[in-house]
Design a protein around this ligand. Structure first.
Ligand SMILES: Cc1ncc(COP(=O)(O)O)c(C=O)c1O
Length: 363
């Protein structure tokens, strides 16, 4: 089976983990500080705050930005549930705005219509590794005095024009889950140039403590371990190489897939460096299920990112959401992700193309 995702853990990561285990510092310690510094410098921000997951990064970022009960957070419904749930955690209401059908990212033209006096933040997602239209989003945010928090969980190293994601809004949130472009096992990071937000996130990460056993505000235990950070430090050095391989794999797939009937390869905006966390095609005419089953029979792993818009999840239906975002609903019924990860061999890429050719002809 060619898996849809595969973490690439080498000898160096194992050696670094062993060193940390032997050092005695296995919770948050010097390796976390070193990882934060290296990550901030990679992204191009003043600060980086390591946390336990991408979800806790989003949760803390909203708290650090002062988003709370009664506020509204404008975001996309075409994402992993954490994107909407983080607003719920802080007592705010996620307000869903439809996507641009080409990029699958939030459509900036629709954001203005969703702004109310309760709106506090815009939370764009750089879906599949392709940055959202940050120019327009930042302009709208400035006009309406809103905070911008990037959900960069899928986009380590991606760029909008000449800047890396995570440095484009007020804060950026990354996930290091094993399927992501780089991993720490579980883990996450907040990046920001705002010293107050950075300070607040750091305090909230560790039970509201500025000094040991002095709790100024209600905080959490969202810390990263030195074990995870030691993996992250090695992975960060490999990230550009991993991304380059993802981009080349995507180019190969697109070159061969663009001629197939009823299948659309991903669109890449000329303004961005897309790092292909996912390589997601559109299968038109209701043929997705058959193509997917055919590929799976041929030993090719696939994924649907995402089959259900967030507002249609039971949790949101129970909260009274009756939204309708037509482009999101269409995409949810047509998208299909194929393997693009850096561990793929040329033979595996060829097999994906041949199987998709056969599948699209026979179905
Ligand atoms: C877009 C998006 N946001 C947030 C998350 C949450 O990250 P984590 O799984 O590390 O909590 C993920 C990852 O699964 C994601 O893909």
């Amino acid at each position: 089976m060619i898996p849809i995702a595969k973490p690439l853990i080498g000898k160096e990561e194992i050696e670094e983990v062993e060193k940390v285990l032997k050092s005695g510092f296995i919770a948050q310690g010097p390796k976390v500080a070193e990882f934060e510094e290296a990550f901030a410098s990679y992204v191009g921000t003043e600060h980086a705050i390591a946390v336990s997951s991408g979800t806790t990064a989003l949760h803390l970022a909203l708290l650090a930005a002062g988003v709370g009960a009664g506020d509204e957070v404008i975001t996309t419904p075409f994402s992993f549930a954490a994107t909407g749930n983080c607003a719920l955690y802080v007592g705010a209401r996620p307000v869903f705005v439809d996507i641009d059908p080409k990029t699958y990212n939030i459509n900036p033209e629709l954001i203005k219509g969703a702004i109310t006096e309760k709106t506090k933040a815009i939370l764009p997602v750089h879906l599949y590794g392709q940055p959202a239209q940050m120019d327009s989003i930042n302009t709208i945010a400035e006009e309406h005095d809103l905070v911008v928090i990037e959900d960069a969980a899928q986009a380590h190293g991606a760029m909008f024009q000449d800047k890396k994601v995570g440095s484009l809004g007020d804060m950026g949130c990354f996930s290091f889950y094993p399927t992501k472009n780089m991993t720490t096992s579980e883990g996450g990071m907040i990046t920001t140039n705002n010293p107050e937000m950075a300070d607040k996130a750091r305090i909230l990460r560790a039970h509201g403590e500025k000094e040991r056993y002095q709790h100024e505000i209600l905080g959490y235990n969202f810390r990263m371990t030195d074990i995870a950070a030691s993996i992250g430090l090695v992975q960060l050095k490999k990230l550009d190489g991993f991304n380059q391989k993802r981009i080349e794999n995507a180019e190969y797939l697109t070159e061969h897939i663009k001629v197939l009937n009823g299948i659309k390869p991903p669109y890449v905006s000329p303004e961005v460096r897309h790092v292909f966390h996912q390589y997601t095609i559109r299968v038109e005419d209701g043929k997705r299920k058959d193509i997917m089953e055919y590929l799976n029979q041929e030993g090719i792993g696939t994924g649907i990112h995402y089959p259900i818009p967030i507002y249609k999840q039971k949790l949101y239906q129970d909260l009274g959401y009756h939204d309708k975002c037509p482009e999101t609903e269409k995409a949810a019924s047509e998208v299909l992700s194929l393997p693009v990860h850096p561990a793929l061999s040329i033979e595996e890429l060829e097999k994906i193309v041949i199987s998709l050719e056969a599948g699209s002809e026979n179905i």
